[in-house]
Design a protein around this ligand. Structure first.
Ligand code: HEC
Length: 137
């Protein structure tokens, strides 16, 4: 084999590896990594908000008080991001409304916290998503 062929095969192997790596990181992984980072940061902010505004009724464990304050842990209603945001923003019966107290980012943060704590699992909710839920109402 001539040197040219050796080099061409090395180069094409390199290009293939670079393309595979590029493809894998930028199209598959990067958005997920970004979302996981966004979710983790949002949850951390949301936890502070929860401890300030919500734990007095729903408790730090999310278990609430039977017959008075509903548990958020394992609560089926939290499966809907929109329903969760709306009840926090608008309130309901003796649940106070937080729309005038929290920004859209803060509503997203506390939503991300309660939907991803105590075994709950929910997709990332952005401030933009909160805005659209509130406008659609
Ligand atoms: C003064 C007590 C109180 C505080 C403070 C409070 N909640 Fe509530 N929350 C309630 C009550 C009572 C309900 C049930 C409302 C109803 O009966 O319709 C409720 C319902 C909810 C629900 C719906 C649960 C379900 O099963 O329907 C969510 C979600 C929720 N609260 C989140 C929050 C978050 C997040 C905060 C803080 C930003 C908060 N709450 C602060 C009393 C409170």
């Amino acid at each position: 084999m001539t040197n040219i062929y050796k080099n061409i095969s090395k180069i094409s192997l390199l290009i293939t590896m670079v393309l595979m790596g590029f493809n894998y990181v930028s199209y598959e992984e990067a958005p997920n990594i970004k979302k996981q980072d966004d979710l983790a940061a949002s949850k951390a902010r949301g936890k502070e908000l929860y401890l300030t505004y919500c734990q007095s009724c729903h408790l730090a464990t999310g278990e609430g008080v039977s017959g008075v304050f509903p548990a958020l842990k394992g609560c089926f209603r939290l499966e809907s991001a929109k329903a969760t945001v709306l009840v926090i923003a608008k309130g309901e019966n003796s649940m106070p409304a937080f729309q005038n107290m929290l920004t859209e980012q803060q509503l997203a943060d506390v939503t991300n916290y309660i939907r991803n704590s105590w075994g709950n699992e929910g997709e990332y909710v952005s401030a933009q998503a909160v805005k659209s839920f509130l406008q659609a109402k």
